[in-house]
Design a protein around this ligand. Structure first.
Ligand SMILES: *Cc1c(COP(=O)(O)O)cnc(C)c1O
Length: 463
């Protein structure tokens, strides 16, 4: 990553304060296609369009703030992942990134499977017609009710996350006269973050059962003894927003080692491994994500090489991208409300949303980009911080970015790559009304999750 403390060039080093940003793009009107959904363009009037519809029209019809999701981009990404991994692997979309009934239908139509991690996500998936056998159930503390429902409806797999859960799922399945297919989630001692991974022990986390100290081998031993469950494989998920395949390499090697140990001890070759999700996307022009076909090729190669070395047949691989499918497909549209230049520092641009529709900047120090989308401008770049309207000084949407200096209240600005972990993590802080998600496709826009209303808020308030 080439971000520096100072923007490049002496001119900027003098003009702008220290911060985590690079020099402004040569032309702020140009949209970097890397961070925008596939059909986003600027038309001849200078207005940005998605699916052929102008953002100004979208704002008029659906209001701001709102998320606009490019359905054709979502479907294309599903097809790219399914195509890259081919018929001998399974792609599970991680529903926690963003889930709605429309999304479930798209996944179903495009041949993907679905990860859920709560009763609520399971309900949404089933309600929209996802076949239960294409659903995987995750979570480190599934309730007895959630387990019972998952087993009853016949989910394809439950991913076991603790010693208690091995017994719990086995007992519940047995009492229902069923044998539930399960995987065991292990922690492989790899922690991956964006551009680096740490291959030291990273067992200090709530998820999974450690490979270290033979914990995972013991979990397998117990699972194989229980009638209510059928152990079909091992699961590992090492992090998120990962660009470097080296972490997956270590993870795959360690999982395959466990498969070899299991074969040696029990004479059983587990048929599946799941390498999780976590593949990175471009939030800013600095990020260079890999294409699904590169990822598929790298993972297939690693797994088959390790299996060959261990004398194992290559297991069926599954992966669980969430962000990499939905993240780039949406942007959040805001209206500029107030503009506050702070001499020698930066200009604060307040929008009509904030941490209630995008908590990632406050929560993870996430980086985003932003563009003026309702018109073009030839004004000089101005260093801005885009902030929300909440009662919290950490209410930052985009920490450091450049917008044209003639920005004015009423202008529409958009933050790209907000499809994942924005609406799904949205809150009602300050009794904000959570924004709608509008799917745009080929000149048509339709609400798939409607905007919350004050009646919605009052309905829950039964005191
Ligand atoms: C969150 C999660 C994913 C998806 O992660 P992304 O970064 O969105 O790809 C996949 N698998 C598991 C088990 C997860 O917890």
């Amino acid at each position: 990553m080439s971000r520096s403390a100072h923007p490049a060039g002496p001119r900027h080093a003098d003009v702008y304060p220290e911060g985590h940003y690079t020099a402004p793009a040569a032309d702020l009107n140009v949209l970097d296609e890397k961070v925008w959904a596939r059909t986003v363009r600027r038309n001849s009037e200078g207005v940005v369009t998605v699916g052929g519809i102008e953002v100004s029209r979208l704002a008029e019809e659906f209001g701001t703030p709102a998320y606009f999701l490019d359905e054709s981009d979502f479907r294309a990404r599903c097809r790219a992942w399914a195509g890259a991994f081919g018929p001998d692997a399974d792609v599970f979309y991680a529903g926690k990134a963003f889930l709605s009934r429309a999304v479930v239908r798209w996944l179903k139509e495009e041949g993907l499977n679905l990860d859920v991690c709560s009763g609520g996500e399971l309900t949404t998936a089933l309600d929209a017609g996802m076949p239960a056998e294409r659903i995987a159930f995750h979570g480190n503390n599934k309730s007895a009710e959630e387990i019972e429902r998952a087993v009853r409806v016949g989910v394809g797999r439950i991913v076991l996350d603790s010693f208690q859960e091995i017994v719990r799922v086995a007992h519940i399945a047995q009492s229902l006269g069923k044998r539930q297919r399960v995987q065991i989630r292990v922690t492989v001692g790899v922690e991956a973050h964006t551009h680096e991974f740490i291959a030291t022990a990273h067992e200090d986390q709530k998820f999974g059962i450690a490979l270290a100290d033979g914990q995972a081998a013991e979990a397998v031993r117990r699972a194989l003894r229980l009638d209510g469950i059928e152990l079909i494989g091992i699961h590992s998920h090492i992090g998120s927003q990962i660009f470097d395949m080296a972490g997956f390499e270590v993870s795959a090697r360690r999982v395959v080692q466990l498969l070899a140990e299991v074969r040696d001890e029990h004479g059983v070759e587990l048929p599946e491994i799941d390498l999780g999700g976590g593949l990175g996307i471009a939030y800013t022009s600095e990020d260079d994500p890999r294409e699904p076909h590169e990822i598929a090729k790298a993972l297939h190669e690693i797994v088959s090489r390790e299996c060959e070395a261990a004398g194992l047949a290559t297991p069926r691989i599954s992966v669980e991208p969430g962000r990499a499918i939905v993240g780039p497909t949406a942007f959040t549209l805001y209206e500029v409300g107030t503009i506050k230049p702070l001499e020698g520092l930066r200009t604060y641009v307040s929008v009509d949303g904030g941490m209630s529709d995008n908590i990632r900047t406050a929560l993870y120090d996430a980086e985003y980009s932003v563009a003026l989308v309702s018109r073009t401008s030839d004004a000089e770049p101005m260093l801005v911080r885009v902030v929300g309207k909440h009662c919290e000084s950490g209410d930052i949407v985009v920490r450091d970015a450049f917008l044209p200096a003639d920005l004015a209240p009423g202008d529409l600005i958009a933050v790209p790559a907000t499809g994942a972990y924005c609406r799904s993590m949205a809150s009602n802080y300050n009794h904000a009304l959570r924004p709608p998600v509008v799917a745009v496709n080929d000149g048509q826009a339709r609400v798939i999750v409607r905007r919350e209303t004050e009646e919605d808020l009052l309905r829950l308030d039964v005191g």
